[in-house]
Write a protein that binds this ligand. Structure first.
Ligand SMILES: C[S@@+](CC[C@H](N)C(=O)[O-])C[C@H]1O[C@@H](n2cnc3c(N)ncnc32)[C@H](O)[C@@H]1O
Length: 259
């Protein structure tokens, strides 16, 4: 695990220290350290394995050029970073996350997948990225933006580090609108996930936070507006399975005078 693989513009030390000191409800890498070892298992059980299909969809929407450089924010145990490197055999992926515990699990998975040279994991905070402007051809973030206290700051950082014309794909859990079709999904998110998560992980506060953070996330349209405010052109907003997750796809605009 590295501190910073690419030229550094803003040092990560101070923001990381703040993130590590953050409380559970504020969302930070620290709370994920506690559940890192069981995180993948819990994900598969609680989403019935559908989460991997949605990560695959996120990668397809990235429309990556050949030899693409990809940044995966809030990479956690590196599922999306690894999948991107497996689908795009010529791509190089940097995964960034403040949780050393999640990254340690991710490192083992990267090695087991034989991707040591192509997937690099670094400690960092999405609100202060340690990369120079226009370093990446594409950027992904799955189930991470919900945990970032200043989402607009993180979105502005994404706009800064992706090359003009490059895509940003964000996958996040959302609460579907309450109606006859979605009551089962709402019951699952509000009642089953916190209880099952608490029981399987032994970390009840973390899984209560998960449910509360989903309920507190902006509407899909409001989040798309935040992406626009951060200087991105929103290309698509795609609901998944009645709206229990959404994919937002945006493009970093060309600068004036460029094609
Ligand atoms: C639910 S996990 C998602 C992990 C992975 N992307 C996935 O799809 O499984 C959320 C991740 O967000 C990370 N996180 C929390 N605060 C963050 C921040 N300020 N910047 C970047 N990542 C953050 C946590 O450490 C955790 O690994």
């Amino acid at each position: 695990m590295q501190q910073s693989p690419l030229p550094t513009e803003s040092p990560v030390g101070a923001p990381l220290a703040q993130a590590a000191a953050g409380d559970v409800l504020g969302g930070s890498g620290a709370m994920f350290d506690g559940i890192a070892k069981r995180y993948d298992l819990l994900n598969r059980v609680m989403t019935f394995g559908i989460d991997q299909r949605w990560r695959r969809r996120a990668i397809a929407l990235l429309a990556l050029p050949t030899n693409g450089q990809v940044l995966d924010l809030a990479t956690g145990t590196a599922d999306l970073a690894i999948m991107t490197a497996q689908i795009h055999r010529d791509a190089k992926v940097t995964g960034l996350d403040p949780s050393q515990g999640m990254l340690a699990v991710g490192e083992q998975k990267v090695t087991r997948a034989g991707l040591d040279g192509r997937v690099t994991l670094v400690v960092g905070d999405a609100q202060h990225l340690p990369f120079t402007d226009a370093s990446f051809d594409g950027l992904t973030m799955s189930y991470g933006i919900r945990n970032v206290p200043d989402r607009l700051a993180a979105l502005r950082e994404m706009t800064r580090v992706v090359k003009p014309g490059g895509r940003i794909v964000i996958l996040e859990a959302t609460e579907p609108p309450a109606n006859l079709l979605t009551w089962g999904a709402l019951l699952h998110i509000r009642v089953v996930v916190p209880r099952l998560g608490a029981w399987l992980s032994g970390a009840p506060a973390e899984y209560r936070y998960l449910q509360k953070s989903i309920a507190g996330f902006p509407s899909p349209a409001a989040f798309a507006d935040l992406m626009r405010e951060a200087g991105q052109d929103v290309v698509a907003v795609e609901p998944l399975l009645l709206g229990v997750s959404h994919l937002w796809v945006s493009r970093v605009p060309q600068k004036l005078g460029q094609g």
